[in-house]
Ligand binder design. Structure first.
Ligand code: TUI
Length: 314
């Protein structure tokens, strides 16, 4: 059994978080992951506070285990979601796509464990100083909003920069990735793409099939010119967006082209108009299974690898 301080800190069985994927990670998926012994996380994405409250209550109807909420800091509703997590006494908050400094005091006073996603050493140091309980170091192999550094490069540097436990994210979908993350100094992992194939993940069937059929070169990054690079499947929409981006389309029009695209992928499954967020690891997601099986499988795979690592030492 692989145990780490993350398990003790949060009262969970396995050091595995399910990423807070906008429009995807709802109360049902989060509860399934938590019931499986990991930490399920509800994504606030660009949704209003009341939606998040509803999802927290749905999750609590399915599990008594700890759940988390991810707050996407670029959301126009970030302020109200920040308040909802306090009112609902959510035990763990993760943040993404920005700096959560202005909310930290309020959350710490409410006894919330704050675990920000960081994509740089500077942000890791700042979050450590401001009272985070742990950090998620997310490399650019991940789906969605991406930073500059890869997981391999970011994780050890974040581990060196903080005394807090670190979870690795980006490019992890099996036990080898988990074992490698521990070798880099992490004490847990966060996976997003792998959970897209969970039975409890209610994305459009077309989205699920695209992930299950994806190859190694299946993703691309768009949105760099607007300052928020996003990794998604290389679909008709992503190619058209990229062409517009590098073809000199004015920024306001480009922004407009992206509006609603995440929702369309998740709810309608349309390749022409939807943006199917995915990590580079999609090619290694090969079957549908329950969220609990995913959590257990990756940790059972990691265990012999970690035990066997000593064979290299002569
Ligand atoms: O947040 C994510 N992934 C996301 S958010 C999202 S929704 C979205 N919709 C439209 C446009 C953009 C996003 C889809 N996927 N991952 C966590 C993450 N956070 N990755 C990188 C960062 C990050 C980047 C900069 C965290 C902090 C940061 O700080 C910059 C600063 O100095 O404020």
């Amino acid at each position: 059994m692989v145990k780490s301080t993350i398990c003790e800190l949060l009262g969970i069985e396995y050091p595995v978080f399910q990423g807070g994927m906008a429009w995807i990670a709802d109360g049902k998926l989060a509860a399934a992951v938590s019931n499986g012994g990991g930490l399920g996380i509800i994504a606030a994405g660009n949704a209003p506070g009341e939606y998040v409250r509803q999802q927290i209550r749905i999750a609590r109807g399915i599990t008594a285990k700890p759940i988390g909420v991810n707050i996407m800091l670029m959301s126009p509703y970030a302020d109200e979601v920040a308040q909802v997590v306090v009112e609902e006494r959510v035990p763990v908050v993760t943040t993404g796509a920005g700096n959560p400094a202005k909310y930290m005091q309020q959350w710490l006073a409410a006894g919330i464990r704050v675990i920000p996603v960081v994509a740089s050493v500077a942000m890791a140091k700042l979050m450590t100083r401001l009272g985070a309980s742990a950090l998620i170091a997310e490399g650019g192999e991940s789906g969605g909003h991406v930073g500059e550094l890869t997981t391999m490069v970011l994780v050890p540097q974040v581990c060196d920069a903080t005394s807090l436990p670190v979870l690795a994210a980006g490019g992890i979908a099996d036990g080898r990735g988990v074992a490698a993350a521990f070798m880099l100094g992490a004490q847990g992992v966060q996976m997003g793409t792998r959970f897209l194939s969970a039975y409890e993940c209610t994305i459009h069937p077309v989205y699920k099939q695209k992930i299950l059929k994806a190859g190694d070169l299946c993703t691309m990054v768009t949105g760099k010119r607007l300052g928020h690079p996003v990794r998604s499947l290389r679909t008709q929409f992503a190619r058209a967006y990229s062409k517009a981006e590098y073809g000199g389309m004015p920024a306001a029009e480009l922004e407009q082209l992206g509006v609603g695209a995440l929702r369309r992928a998740v709810q309608d499954g349309g390749s022409e108009t939807g943006c199917f967020l995915s990590g580079q690891i999609a090619a290694m997601v090969k079957k549908e299974q329950s969220a609990a099986e995913i959590v257990r499988e990756v940790m059972e795979e990691a265990e012999p690898l970690l035990l066997g690592a000593a064979k290299w030492v002569k």
